[in-house]
Design a protein around this ligand. Structure first.
Ligand code: ADP
Length: 254
């Protein structure tokens, strides 16, 4: 299978903003093992700003956009250094790809992106993709790479997009303030009712959250790619997902 895995800052960092070492080590180990089992893996990773904040010794995350961009530029090196080191332990090579969402829509750039990615996969390299925060602020402003990961999945014809989050999946209401919320295991059609579960269209824009994940599901499923939202707290969950077990919320491809 060709699998795109997207990890957010909530999976990669502790509440302090510093790197969650146990988590990233486990993620790299599981992804290496899935590659060894013959799957093609593409990682879409956030987390550059948090890494930059740590490296620069800042006491808090910058609040202005240029401050975040600068922290991301520093942190991206640290992030790739960490992935390179951890994947090397399992004899896998990584490649860094920094893009913006329009890059995968513009026909010429899309072809360039596609050709590079296909060659990297043919060379058995594990591409690590992030938004190019220096020239695009969509991720910084919206807070996540959900849409980008779906555009990437559509562009390269992935079989599955897995979005690892800090929550088990899509619930019938926000579980953070509704203890009786129930997990929805399968979504076969993204209706207005489903969009409303994420806080209504537009209302949570600016914070990421579920609305950007449902938007991602629309893009991925329209491109014949299933999408799963699962909890990234235990990256071993990826084994169960690949085995086809019912984990998190699966959005069925159209
Ligand atoms: P990540 O950083 O992993 O992308 P986000 O914080 O952006 O995660 O999105 C996940 C959050 O969305 C959950 O922790 C939860 O608070 C919120 N949320 C809002 N509505 C729902 C819902 N219906 N089901 C699940 N989570 C929801």
């Amino acid at each position: 299978m060709k699998i795109v895995v997207k990890v957010g800052t909530s999976t990669l960092a502790h509440a302090t903003g510093r790197l969650n070492i146990r988590r990233i080590e486990m993620l790299c180990k599981v992804l290496s093992d899935l590659k060894n089992a013959g799957h093609e893996i593409i990682l879409v990773s956030s987390g550059a700003i948090g890494m930059g904040v740590g490296k620069l010794g800042l006491t808090e995350r910058p609040s202005d956009i240029p401050g975040k961009q600068a922290a991301a530029a520093v942190g991206q090196c640290e992030l790739m250094y960490t992935y390179d080191k951890l994947f090397s332990e399992y004899n896998h090579n990584v490649a860094q790809i920094l893009i913006t969402a329009p890059d995968v829509k513009n026909p010429e750039r899309k072809t360039n992106f596609h050709n590079t990615l296909e060659r990297l996969l043919a060379l058995s390299v594990l591409p690590v993709i992030n938004e190019n925060d220096t020239v695009s602020t969509e991720e910084i402003e919206i807070g996540d790479n959900d849409t980008l990961s779906a555009e990437v999945s559509a562009s390269i014809g992935a079989d599955l997009l897995v979005i690892l989050s800090d929550i088990d999946g899509l619930y019938d209401k926000n579980p953070k303030n509704n203890p009786d919320a129930k997990l929805i295991p399968v979504v076969s059609e993204i209706t207005e009712d489903i969009k409303a579960l994420a806080g209504g269209s537009g209302s949570s824009l600016g914070t990421g959250g579920m609305i950007t994940k449902i938007r991602a599901a629309e893009i991925a499923t329209a491109a014949h790619c299933d999408m799963i939202i699962a909890n990234g707290a235990e990256p071993e969950v990826l084994y169960d997902i690949v085995e086809g077990k019912s984990i998190g919320t699966r959005f069925l491809k159209r």
